[in-house]
Design a protein around this ligand. Structure first.
Ligand SMILES: Nc1ncnc2c1ncn2[C@@H]1O[C@H](COP(=O)(O)OP(=O)(O)OP(=O)(O)O)[C@@H](O)[C@H]1O
Ligand SMILES: [Mg+2]
Length: 170
């Protein structure tokens, strides 16, 4: 059976905008975020980032787009279980040109005293906040959050991270 996860979707997002997407379970929210975030490609249609057409990118170009421009908070967090909270965030900041220090990002989401804990030692909401810290720590141009109920204040004010000094990863 063919699933039409998205159909006739047409919209534009602008710099500085905060957009909330509401829809029933299965209506295609995660699929849409995955496409905008360069994790999935639509079978038809066109997606643009600034002047460039994402739907024309090959895999290396999509990888670079995700690395350089996108912060993603996954619905199921996607933390690495064998790494601590700090190490999960550092995994992203190590390749970012202008990152926030992992400790600072974790402090922003209220986990400054839990940085050495593993995901299995954290509650579900804590784990999501680690995922949010990981996404904001590289100061992405686009922050995509799939059901980010764990830190609504921070999502509403993503510039909180932008004001922190740069941390150069070793
Ligand atoms: N890999 C896949 N293969 C086939 N169908 C899929 C796949 N992933 C999602 N779907 C289907 O695509 C539709 C949209 O799914 P999606 O995960 O985007 O919904 P959602 O709005 O994020 O739902 P939820 O609120 O439950 O997270 C659903 O019918 C889902 O069952
Ligand atoms: Mg979803």
């Amino acid at each position: 059976m063919t699933v039409r996860a998205l159909d006739s979707v047409d919209f534009a997002l602008y710099r500085g905008e905060i957009v909330v997407l509401l829809g029933a379970s299965g209506s295609g929210k995660s699929t849409l975020l995955n496409i905008v975030g360069g994790l999935d490609s639509p079978s038809e249609g066109h997606v643009f980032f600034k002047q460039e057409e994402l739907t024309e990118f090959d895999d290396p170009a999509l990888t670079a787009y995700r690395r350089d421009h996108v912060g993603f908070v996954f619905q199921l967090y996607n933390l690495i279980p064998s790494l601590t909270a700090k190490e999960n965030v550092a995994l992203v900041t190590e390749t970012a040109p202008n990152p926030v220090a992992p400790e600072k990002a974790l402090t922003l989401v209220g986990l400054g005293d839990r940085i050495d804990h593993f995901p299995s030692q954290l509650s579900g909401g804590d784990q999501q906040r680690v995922a949010i810290a990981r996404a904001i720590a590289k100061r992405p141009e686009i922050l995509l959050c799939d059901e980010p109920t764990g830190a609504p204040n921070l999502i509403a004010n993503p510039l909180a991270a932008a004001n922190l000094p740069c941390h150069r990863a070793r």
